[in-house]
Design a protein around this ligand. Structure first.
Ligand SMILES: [Zn+2]
Length: 381
């Protein structure tokens, strides 16, 4: 299906049905403040194009009149989402409502773009086998800056500059491919299908190899080049903390990332320990690990409070593969969060989402779904 981007009320109708369908026409009209005539005019081309379908007749709960609710056919389309890290391609197949139907991964033998694209194509083939004839669209996400949803301007972990990933991937996969920053994609997935669903404003913080930050205001995910650089990565949090690679003392990267925490604990213990062991040791009362994890959780509390204070959002979603820190260091986190807020301010609604790379790949699929369903590139919402 190929059409010009949906705008205005048509876009609102398609999005409402995608997110909350099936919806009776009456409710849809009331929700979007449209007359019955306008709604019919707007939905007609969407039904004709196969995006929306009319369900069997039922009775409108409010008026009692017979109505044919509008819905999408989530299973009629399959979307591929791929998240690239420095050494692995993680993939999912989803329905149109981003339900994960299959997932898998494939190691990247090296970081050459040709090798990576071949690995993505192989992953797609394995995921598709016996499941669906092909993908309606695919999304690929990675940590880096992406231009026009096609060209990777820079990607730190892959060492890429100006790689035309979208067209090359599209040729290899045989379907339209949208490339986007991984954090923006994850924010969009949380907004539409996850912990941000139903919220006009929320912030997303992720902890992993780096610090991720996404923001939705007035129902729109903030995009643009700066959204892709990790604006909070070097936010100062502890004047006595360790140094980051940029020479900042106690910034978010120096305090909160998985490598930073591992490095501090390994140094203190005189042996190399992995991240989960750091957290296990802290939970068991090891003094070195407990101090490091306590400091990190305090820093996370300060950062969360700062995000709430500066954006005036009251919902902050914490996620990423290192977010177990918030659970193990809960007491330090809570104390710092309280201390960082004005006592008269509302209590921040903090949601901890334990995620893995499958969720990041689902974010890439959400971007592909948006492009397909709304006919628009993933700017804005
Ligand atoms: Zn720094």
């Amino acid at each position: 299906m190929n059409w010009s981007p949906l705008t205005g009320s048509a876009r609102d109708v398609a999005l409402a049905v995608l997110l909350d369908g099936p919806l009776p026409r009456g409710e849809l009209a009331r929700r979007l403040r449209l007359s019955a005539g306008s709604l019919t005019r707007l939905t007609k081309p969407l039904v004709a194009a196969g995006l929306l379908v009319e369900m069997p007749v039922e009775h409108d709960p409010l008026t009692g009149r017979p109505t044919r609710p509008l819905d999408i056919r989530p299973a009629a389309h399959h979307f591929l989402g791929v998240k690239l890290t420095a050494d692995t391609a993680y993939g999912v197949v989803t329905s149109m409502r981003a339900e994960i139907l299959a997932h898998g991964r494939r190691p990247l033998p090296d970081r050459d773009p040709g090798t990576v694209i071949a690995a993505v194509a192989e992953l797609a083939r394995t995921l598709r086998e016996g499941r669906c004839p092909g993908f309606t669209a695919a999304g690929v996400s990675l940590g880096g800056q992406v231009v026009d949803h096609a060209t990777v301007a820079s990607a730190r972990y892959l060492g890429w500059r100006d790689v035309a990933l979208g067209p090359a991937c599209g040729a290899a996969l045989g379907c339209p491919v949208v490339v986007d920053n991984d954090l923006v994609s994850l924010t969009r997935a949380e907004q539409w299908f996850g912990a941000g669903k139903g919220y006009d404003d929320f912030a997303l913080l992720t902890i992993g190899e780096g610090i991720g930050y996404g923001l939705v205001t007035h129902g729109r995910a903030r995009t643009g080049p700066d959204a892709a650089v990790g604006l909070l990565g070097h936010h100062p949090l502890d004047p006595l903390g360790p140094l980051c690679s940029e020479g900042h003392q106690g910034c978010a990267e120096a305090m909160l990332t998985i490598p930073a925490i591992r490095h501090r604990v390994s140094l203190g213990l005189g042996r190399d320990v992995d991240y989960d062991t750091c957290l296990d040791l802290a939970a068991a009362g090891d003094p070195v690990a407990a101090r490091t994890v306590g400091d990190a959780a305090t820093a996370l509390g300060r950062l969360t409070a700062a995000v709430g204070n500066m954006t005036m959002t009251d919902r902050v979603v914490l996620s990423g593969d290192g977010i177990r820190l918030a659970d193990v260091g809960r007491a330090s986190f809570d104390a710092a969060l309280r201390q960082g807020r004005n006592p008269y301010a509302s209590t921040l609604d903090v949601v901890v989402r334990r995620t893995d790379f499958t969720d990041w790949a689902r974010g890439a699929a959400a971007t592909a779904i948006q492009t397909y369903a709304l006919g628009s590139g993933p700017s804005g919402t």
